[in-house]
Design a protein around this ligand. Sequence first.
Ligand SMILES: C[S@@+](CC[C@H](N)C(=O)[O-])C[C@H]1O[C@@H](n2cnc3c(N)ncnc32)[C@H](O)[C@@H]1O
Length: 244
Amino acid sequence: VTSLPVWPRENADWARYFDTYAADYERLSFGSAGLAYVGAREVDVIAAELRSRAPGRVLDAGAGSGRVSRALAQLGWTVTALDVSSEMLRRVGRDVPGSTTVQGALGRPLPFADASFDAIVSVRVLKYVDALEVAIGEFARVLRPGGIAAIEFTNRRSLARFGYRDAPTRLVSMGEAQRLLEDRGLRVVARHTGTRLPQPVWRWARDPARARAAIACERVVAAALGGANRVVGARSAVIVGARV
Ligand SMILES: C[S@@+](CC[C@H](N)C(=O)[O-])C[C@H]1O[C@@H](n2cnc3c(N)ncnc32)[C@H](O)[C@@H]1O
């Protein structure tokens, strides 16, 4: 595979879509300098949130091939990786020591008891889930009181929406994302802004020199639009909710 497969027609077909390119997912999505920078920034934000807590049980919801799970296992967390794609999960099982893999779908009841996890992370996943309210309600249920959910949302009010035309995705604004958490007992305690530059810029930045230029450009845009706690214009943000 040299480019991303064509979007599925329906929400329910994401499993097959991700099965098809599981073997190439990390190379195609993060394999050049600019894309790697954006991806690493996301993982760093999640790792920083979990590093500040005693390691425990973490659910990586929509774990993919284990990009985030690997970082969390290195920090001493015991990872349960859930995904609809068996091909993705096979890679987590192979590469993440001590992990448990569970094939299942967000947006439906999760196969875990109440308060099973000390933390939940979910990166680049929820736009594929139509029943977002159910997914977040289930996060709140399986998280123990005091536990945190660090969830990445793609921002509908950004250029990102043009990247998903014709795809059966559901994008929300950052305000809607926060309300989804708050209404289900996840008090928002932090927000981390993702990149403000469009994806084609990061694809163009395929070597280190171009990546440096893109990063410099991003700093200028970020300075104009506000710092890490302002989400205006950001393609995405990681929103952290604490279970009350
Ligand atoms: C873009 S990948 C992100 C993987 C990983 N979180 C990362 O950041 O690299 C999206 C993942 O979400 C999974 N996914 C899509 N819809 C899902 C659903 N309803 N329930 C669980 N996983 C889902 C896909 O199979 C895929 O592995």
